[in-house]
Design a binder for this molecule. Structure first.
Ligand code: ADP
Ligand code: MG
Length: 262
């Protein structure tokens, strides 16, 4: 049996005349932690959006866990157990931390609208279980005693953790993280890296992250794919990427060479 969880073949996504994602081939092994890096505007987020059904690629093939996913709606892709976090945090600010996490569970709850309306015993039992599970996830991502706080009142790092907990609530096989440490201070970043490792090690969840912080990328990734102008320009082990001329140039050209070489 193959242990490839996700494979994309020649995926193309255009916006008018702009080819934002150009013939992207990626192979992600089950249980790995991989990264996609590249300068701003390289097409990283757009590529994620093709994986989650937000955009439908014009060309190519995406196979996740044996399913062809191009043409599926985002909710159908969630049902296949792909979850994500967003580059710009997307939480319900006026809902509590626990309520936000429970949103992620929604697709996994078996209750019907009628059950909810009548508040049947089945509904109340499911709700209680969901509450307990959300609390467990909240603790798992390192948030304690803040379940009833409004999400918007948590510091930035805390909000990012809520997003991870919400993604985990949907029981993903693949977790896509879009710049998960953006805006974090060094301590928060260290904590985040430890959390992602635990998610993979304890829960067996495969992780694909987009990251701009080279310390994070080099520290956590088993394999790295580099994008520039929509295309894959390199892939390999962190040490190979660090030494890759084309990669250094792509960053040099935009004045970030010191970042990758450091
Ligand atoms: P990255 O995440 O690597 O910084 P993006 O995927 O956000 O890059 O963007 C890739 C390119 O596609 C950029 O040139 C961006 O301006 C363009 N782009 C992204 N989303 C859209 C959109 N919805 N409509 C038009 N152009 C877009
Ligand atoms: Mg992006």
């Amino acid at each position: 049996m193959s242990n490839v969880l996700l494979e994309t073949k020649k995926v193309v996504k255009r916006f008018g005349g702009l080819v934002a994602v150009n013939k992207m081939d990626v192979v992600i092994e089950q249980g790995s932690i991989c990264s996609i890096i590249g300068p701003n505007g390289a097409g990283k987020t757009t590529f994620f959006n093709t994986l989650t059904g937000i955009y439908k690629p014009e060309e190519g093939e995406i196979v996740f866990d044996g399913h062809h996913t191009i043409g599926l709606r985002p909710d159908q892709i969630t049902d296949l157990h792909i979850a994500r976090t967003f580059q710009n945090i997307r939480l319900f600010g006026s809902m509590t931390v626990l309520e936000n996490i429970m949103v992620g569970m929604h697709t996994r709850l078996k209750q019907s609208g009628v059950d909810a309306l009548l508040r049947t015993r089945k509904f109340r039992e499911e709700e209680k279980k969901a509450f307990a599970k959300a609390t467990e996830l909240m603790e798992y991502v390192g948030l304690h005693g803040v379940g009833d706080e409004l999400a918007r009142n948590l510091p930035y790092g805390g909000q990012r953790r809520i997003e991870v907990a919400r993604a985990l609530a949907s029981q993903p096989k693949l977790l896509l993280l879009d710049e998960p440490t953006a805006g974090m201070n060094p301590n928060e970043t260290e904590d985040a890296i430890r959390l992602f490792r635990r998610v993979r090690d304890d829960l067996g969840i495969t992780i694909l992250l987009i990251e701009h912080d080279m310390r994070v990328v080099m520290g956590i990734s088993e394999r790295i794919t580099v994008m520039d102008y929509g295309e894959k320009i390199a892939e390999g082990l962190p040490a190979e990427i660090r030494a890759n001329k084309r990669v250094i140039e792509a960053y040099l050209g935009r004045g970030a060479a010191t970042e990758i070489i450091a």
